[in-house]
Write a protein that binds this ligand. Structure first.
Ligand code: IMP
Length: 428
């Protein structure tokens, strides 16, 4: 069966967009199935850089159908801006995109709540969200009474429901410190969203039926994960996670396509680790090397511009997510960033209260206490950004890839040495 999934194995920003973009030529359909405007997929084509938030990365390849599934939360204003900026750059967006009428919709009250929560939470406890209202929107989806799916925007009771929900939200949020409830006006929000709904109408439909037909017809489908497995709401570093299932488990729930239809899962990881926002990060580097990785890797958020926290490769975490997400092979990204480090430290186990462990702790308090146990690998001190094949890589870089494969327990099939399409090495 011809479906492939691309899943992040760390805390997001693993450069999944680049891998999806490279693969799309071999696929008929690309599907986003979770997350929303919090995601930022950067794709570099020639001298052009595209930053995508909702729209699947397949949009940059002519002839590919792009589906936004039921598990995504859509912010219509951001999505419309994204569509417009693609059109402005002569990228066609029309019949090649389908938005699920089951996808939930982000509203201003979600952002008001997200902001109030961020501003009212003490530093160590703050998730440091992207402030896009993602968590509150997913919470309303699960809570059911205050939620809107895209299809609801076209129903006759839409205006009345907005009125009812705005009143309820004002009551609920008025007790919250820093919640700017005065900004919520039902008539204005209805008018604004009615306008969005009309502009999005040509794209909205039953994506589940479409995808089930597609897999039955033998079409080749690529599932594009957003965020990374360590941000998964059930299996990640809870509560410092996002609101959706961003590990491999989310593919089926978020798209409607049964898991048995996928025959390949590619896990994407950086050759080091980054994290944006709060939460434990055992291999975080607060030294010169951390700063160097940030500058060389241009490690600043695509969506928020925040500097990313940087650290060494954590094989305990990636071994966990590789197994959790059921990956077949690893795509190891940003190898070029490590080119000139004299030595590279890889975390091979944790010390938890004096005990050496190799499993990833389920409780955030334990993860906060672990001390990484490192293995030091010599650097290769050679620019690899021009390497085209495995044979072009210095032996030190090859040894690094081999050791990561061994520690994670999966082969490295792809090594990326720069942002461009050509800077990608297919390993034997
Ligand atoms: P939220 O998804 O905006 O609720 O944010 C929850 C956590 O996930 C925060 O730590 C964010 O920084 C992180 N996060 C959300 N989306 C992304 C992403 O696309 N890349 C990296 N981190 C993300």
């Amino acid at each position: 069966m011809p479906a492939t999934c691309v899943i992040g194995l760390q805390w997001g920003d693993e450069a999944k967009g680049k891998i999806v973009d490279l693969l799309t030529a071999q696929f008929d359909v690309v599907v986003r199935y979770q997350g929303g405007a919090n995601a930022g997929h950067t794709v570099v084509v020639g001298d052009q850089t595209y930053k995508l938030h909702h729209v699947p990365s397949g949009i940059l390849n002519p002839g590919v159908m792009n589906v936004v599934g039921p598990g995504v939360v859509v912010n219509p204003a951001t999505l419309l801006k994204e569509i417009q900026s693609l059109l402005d750059r002569q990228i066609p967006v029309g019949g090649n995109m389908l938005l699920s009428d089951r996808a939930h919709v982000g509203f201003p009250w979600h952002i008001v709540e997200d902001q109030a929560r961020n501003e009212s939470t003490a530093d160590g406890e703050n998730i440091g969200t992207t402030l896009r209202g993602i968590g509150p929107c997913y919470r309303d989806k699960v809570g059911r009474s205050h939620a809107f799916r895209l299809g609801d925007l076209y129903r006759p009771d839409f205006r009345e429901k907005v009125q009812r929900v705005v009143e309820a939200k004002k009551t609920l949020l008025s007790g919250w410190k820093n919640a700017r409830v005065d900004s919520l006006d039902a008539a204005e929000i209805h008018a604004e969203y009615h306008g969005y709904a009309e502009r999005l109408r040509p794209f909205v439909g039953d994506s589940t039926a479409y995808l089930l037909d597609a897999v039955e017809a033998g079409k080749r489908v690529l599932f594009e994960g957003a965020q990374g497995s360590l941000l998964d709401v059930d299996h990640g570093t809870y509560p410092f996670v996002t609101g959706s299932n961003s590990s491999g488990g989310g593919v089926s729930a978020g798209s409607g396509v049964p898991g048995r239809c996928s025959n390949q899962v590619i896990g994407v990881a950086k050759a080091y680790t980054t994290r944006v926002g709060g939460g434990p990060f055992p291999t975080e580097l607060h030294d010169e090397t951390g700063v160097r990785i940030r500058e060389l890797g241009r490690e600043y958020g695509t969506t928020t511009g925040r500097p990313r926290r940087c650290g060494g490769f954590d094989a305990v975490a990636v071994r966990y997510t590789a197994r959790l997400s059921g990956i077949d092979v690893i795509s190891l990204m940003m190898m070029d960033v490590l080119s000139h480090l004299p030595e590279i430290k890889v975390c091979v186990a944790y010390d938890l209260d004096g005990q050496r462990i190799r499993h990833f702790p389920s409780h955030v308090d334990d993860l906060r206490r672990v001390k990484p146990i490192y293995e030091t690998i010599p650097g290769w001190n050679q620019d690899v950004s021009g390497a085209k094949t495995a044979a072009d890589l210095p032996s030190g870089a090859k040894a690094y890839l081999a050791r990561i494969a061994e520690l994670v327990g999966r082969p490295v099939a792809i090594a990326s040495v720069g942002p461009g399409r050509a800077q990608t090495i297919m390993m034997e």
